[in-house]
Design a protein around this ligand. Structure first.
Ligand code: NSS
Length: 431
């Protein structure tokens, strides 16, 4: 019996041999020798079958192996720098566990709709695996960053009664006799928890009924949202710089192979260090108008505007203090210019656009109530949120970073639909 090993750990089994369990990636038969490359998620190994060293049944079985069938292969192991994966196995035993006839994804170009329809299989391909590993590392980096800084992780509800970001883009859900919505954000609950713990973050799926098809919008995406008591807008911006720099550094440190598989030029990522430049919203509008964009003071920035603004910088750039009417009801008025709010959007370089939205929160009860009314939001559902301003109100700030947009930027891929294992978009609910 050979000991079972992850492919990654085959180096420990050069003396005793090993069994690996995985999926067949390629097979080549050269006369009396066959080469089978097996993948198990931890690595790949080239398995060599020599006809005269195995039984006729086993040799026959090798001829029948097809793309993505699952197998258990066992034999002697030796390091071989020329072999894909760095190891070669001399096969002595082979079991076909699951056949794979007419695997839909072949080593050729497929259209993206075809690939998305087969997402359950597409995930096995090398580039998609590299992306998911970067995503996983970024998620871990997010937890580590906040854990190191003594934040408490708070899990906020997905079924909510109070609208988080405004009326547009809501997914309504029948909740017995009441109207519920899928959460657009965990922020409002995070604010409540900040009064209990000082520093908190939530990290989970959020939902927006985005009816447009763009490369930057999903209907279900993951967002990490820290909320910090006593932080003003300045502190909030500094936290964002540190946070984004930490995540990028971690990806560079621990995902070299993946970024290489994705052919990501890492030089621009290596420049991501605090401080990041800042542009006042009004200044941004002036720049855009000079460049001939049809935009006026008061408008929100569109994707092409963001791309142009970010072009002038070699690292992420903050746009700060947007007009009130372009932003959510909970943002605090800017005392220096009451037409604007104390907020920031962080734009990633290289055309990736907004990855963070953050702000200082309105902590005055009456002003907050006025904003809720102005925006025509259902006042009754914010009773609890307003109470946070009645019982020990406190200055506080926070932000939300979109995971998929961040991973798209780090991996250098154009579309965020590849950044989540099973994307949800307009017209896509399967697989
Ligand atoms: O709407 S945001 O700008 N801000 C919030 O939701 C606040 N409640 C966050 C906070 O202060 N706690 O969204 C934040 C980020 C945004 O910058 C994007 O990176 C991402 O969430 N985002 C999205 N990613 C993918 N698809 C869609 N539809 C999407 N919408 C926002």
């Amino acid at each position: 019996m050979f000991p079972v090993s992850d492919i990654r750990d085959l180096g420990r089994h050069e003396a005793d041999g090993a069994a690996v369990r995985g999926w067949v990636q390629t097979t080549r038969v050269h006369g009396r020798v066959a080469f089978v490359v097996v993948r198990d998620g931890t690595g790949i190994v080239q398995c060599v079958v020599v006809q005269k060293e195995v039984s006729p049944d086993l040799w026959q079985l090798v001829q029948e192996l097809t793309l993505e069938c699952s197998v258990i292969v066992a034999g002697a192991v030796r390091a071989d720098a020329r072999a894909p994966g760095g190891f070669e196995m001399s096969v002595q035993q082979l079991t076909l566990v699951g056949a794979s006839e007419d695997y839909p994804i072949q080593p050729k170009e497929h259209g993206v709709d075809f690939l998305l329809d087969h997402r359950h299989l597409w995930l096995r391909s090398s580039q998609q695996r590299a992306i998911m590993r970067v995503r996983s590392e970024v998620e871990q980096a997010i937890h580590d960053f906040f854990h190191q800084r003594n934040f408490v992780r708070i899990d906020t509800p997905i079924l909510t009664g109070s609208i988080g970001e405004g009326g547009a883009g809501l997914f309504p859900v029948d909740y017995f006799e009441e109207q519920a919505y899928l959460a657009q954000t965990g922020q409002l609950y995070g604010e409540a928890a900040a009064a209990a713990f000082g520093r908190i973050y939530c990290f989970g799926p959020t939902f927006r009924a985005e009816k447009s098809k763009t490369r930057r919008h999903l209907t279900e995406f993951w967002m990490v949202e820290p909320e910090v008591a006593w932080n003003d807008s300045e502190d909030n911006i500094r936290l964002q710089e540190d946070f984004v720099s930490y995540i990028v550094e971690r990806a560079l440190e621990r995902c070299r192979d993946e970024l290489e598989t994705l052919e990501r030029d890492i030089a621009p990522l290596e420049r991501v260090k605090p401080p990041f430049p800042r542009l006042d919203y009004s200044e941004a509008i002036r720049i855009l108008q000079e460049k001939g964009h049809e935009i006026k003071w008061g408008d929100d920035l569109g994707a092409p505007d963001e791309t142009v603004l970010a072009e002038g910088f070699d690292r992420p750039v903050f746009i700060v203090n947007y007009p009130k009417e372009a932003k959510a009801f909970y943002m605090k008025e800017n005392p220096d210019d009451p037409r604007t709010v104390l907020c920031d959007d962080l734009l990633a370089p290289e055309g990736y656009g907004e990855i963070i939205g953050g702000s200082q929160r309105e902590d005055d009860h009456d002003r907050l109530l006025a904003r809720i009314r102005e925006q025509g939001l259902p006042e009754e559902s914010y009773t609890w949120y307003l109470e946070l301003r009645k019982y020990g109100t406190f200055p506080h700030s926070g932000f939300g970073l979109g995971l998929e947009r961040t991973v798209a930027w780090i991996t250098g891929r154009p579309h965020i639909r590849e950044m989540i294992p099973f994307p949800r978009m307009l017209n896509r609910l399967y697989p």
